[in-house]
Design a protein around this ligand. Structure first.
Ligand code: GLV
Ligand code: GLV
Length: 343
């Protein structure tokens, strides 16, 4: 009988998919608001053949080394910065993620944030619910246009990180009559080939954009990509949106830029030291903050659960996982040794 350790509760359909194949499943933390204690995580990894992890669990070298029979890690997320993929590859452990299914849902949230921060929706909502609306007025809660609007000037959307999600965000900008710039050193070809998108170097993009939206993977290259220097290049009237990973932005530098009105506002789905927020950010004006919910639709989260389960089943069977991110591992002796491991 094969065993999958699921670190925290995923939607039922994913667990059912594993049960259909007679897999034994253990869930590390049944309480949705509590993390998995490290000791439980370690016990789980020793017990299982496949680890189904969430982005909240650091899957580091020490953890991966605990079990020579571990056949794979199936991450329930498209991002995989919580996993030491280099260590996994070296140890012969395939790692998979859940790409594609959450692209539209994440692009939609990005647009919800762009519109919410530009049009001050959270403030307006708080104004209503506090019973402060007494009289309509020409100066009440004025925001910024996303479309050409009153000025007739086409706004510029700057997309940093042009993977599936960045491209989906860019596509939606067509409906708002925006000019789209994109920067991604790994996607120059796709940016050049996209009809409504123009390539820009990072500094040019920062200087010209009215909305800068972040969609890269978190890597050493993109950590603090948006720092004091980058924020200083942005227009004073520009907004920053981050739905990628918190550490792409130097959050303390962002707080400073917001306080000193160096930029017009920011909308964040992710935080540098998640779930904590940088001191002062919650008190800033023109800020919209949401708790890492970019892929949080019922349908998408269910589909992610099934995908993660399918990947876990392939890892168990010693077959190529549909969404493996380190396929070179399949050729390694370390991987074959794992499949042969008996306990
Ligand atoms: C969410 O942040 C994900 O990477 O899926
Ligand atoms: C606003 O409600 C308008 O009619 O202009």
């Amino acid at each position: 009988m094969s065993r999958v350790f699921v670190t925290r509760r995923i939607p039922r359909v994913g667990l059912d998919r594993l049960a259909e194949e007679s897999v034994r499943v253990r869930v590390g933390q049944p309480n949705d608001e509590a993390p998995v204690p490290r000791a439980v995580l370690e016990d789980g990894v020793r017990w299982c053949e496949v680890l189904l992890s969430l982005l909240t669990e650091p899957v580091d070298r020490a953890l991966l080394t605990l079990n020579p029979a571990l056949r794979g890690v199936a991450n329930y997320a498209v991002g995989f910065n919580n996993i030491d993929v280099d260590a996994a590859t070296e140890l012969g452990i395939p790692v998979s993620n859940t790409p594609g299914v959450l692209t539209d849902t994440t692009a939609d949230l990005t647009w919800a944030l762009i519109l919410a921060v530009a049009r001050r929706i959270p403030e307006a909502h708080a104004y209503m619910t506090a019973g402060r609306y007494k009289l309509w007025g020409p100066n009440l809660l004025l925001g910024a246009d996303v479309s050409p609007g009153g000025s007739g000037r086409r706004k510029v959307l700057g997309v940093i990180g042009y993977g599936r999600i960045g491209a989906a965000v860019a596509r939606r900008a067509v409906g708002f009559d925006m000019d789209v710039l994109a920067y991604d050193p790994h996607a120059r070809d796709r940016i050049d080939a996209a009809e409504h998108v123009r390539w820009a170097e990072l500094d040019e993009l920062l200087r010209r954009s009215d909305f800068v939206t972040l969609h890269p993977l978190l890597t050493p290259e993109t950590r603090h990509l948006i720092d004091t220097r980058a924020l200083q290049l942005m227009k004073r009237t520009a907004y920053l949106i981050n739905v990628s990973r918190g550490p792409v932005v130097d959050e303390a530098a962002l707080v400073h830029a917001l306080r000193s009105h160096r930029i017009a506002g920011a909308a964040l789905d992710v935080f540098e030291d998640e779930p904590a927020m940088a001191p002062g950010i919650a008190e800033c004006d023109h800020v919209v903050l949401v708790p890492h919910i970019a892929s949080a639709s019922v349908d998408t989260r269910e589909r992610m659960a099934v995908m993660a389960a399918e990947n876990a089943l392939a890892h168990l069977a010693g077959e190529r996982a549909p969404n493996v991110i380190n396929p070179e591992v399949y050729k390694s002796p370390a991987y074959r040794a794992r499949l042969a491991h008996r306990r």
